[in-house]
Design a protein around this ligand. Structure first.
Ligand code: 5GP
Length: 125
């Protein structure tokens, strides 16, 4: 695997504090914030603070501490936003785009969390 991370991507700039964001939750290794162009009533992005380009890059190379922190933060975001079926809510969708076919715009790994309305079938046909 050979990923080259672009330190000037927009999420790297958010992590450096160069661009503001509407933070939902921040931990030692993870940041969750509202998407600037929400595609659902709830649209939050969860990103690791480390320099990972895609899901598979993060999953293969992040430390155990980073991996656990990322997932526990995403779970806490679901709890905080009141969207978890485990709390009796109507649920949500997570999505991560990678590369050209995945239509990834920002080359820093991020998990989208969509909620707040019925989200329809998984992919447009
Ligand atoms: P992708 O297509 O890479 O999966 O998604 C990138 C997401 O980042 C898009 O949903 C887009 O609206 C969001 N985004 C792009 N620039 C900014 C920004 O400056 N701030 C925030 N909060 N979201 C952004």
């Amino acid at each position: 695997m050979s990923y080259v991370y672009d330190p000037e991507n927009i999420f790297a700039r958010i992590l450096r504090g160069e661009i503001p964001n509407k933070t939902v939750l921040e931990t030692a290794h993870t940041l969750a914030f509202h998407d600037i162009r929400p595609q659902a009533p709830v649209h939050v992005l969860v990103i690791p603070k480390g320099a990972y380009v895609t899901f598979d890059h993060f999953a293969a190379e992040a430390s155990a501490e980073e991996l656990v922190d990322f997932h526990r933060t995403a779970a806490e975001v679901c709890r905080l936003l009141g969207i978890s079926p485990g709390d009796g809510a109507a649920g949500y969708r997570t999505l991560s785009n990678a590369g050209e076919n995945g239509h990834q715009e920002v080359p820093h790994f991020h998990l989208h969390i969509f909620a707040g309305r019925p989200l329809g079938p998984m992919l447009a046909r």
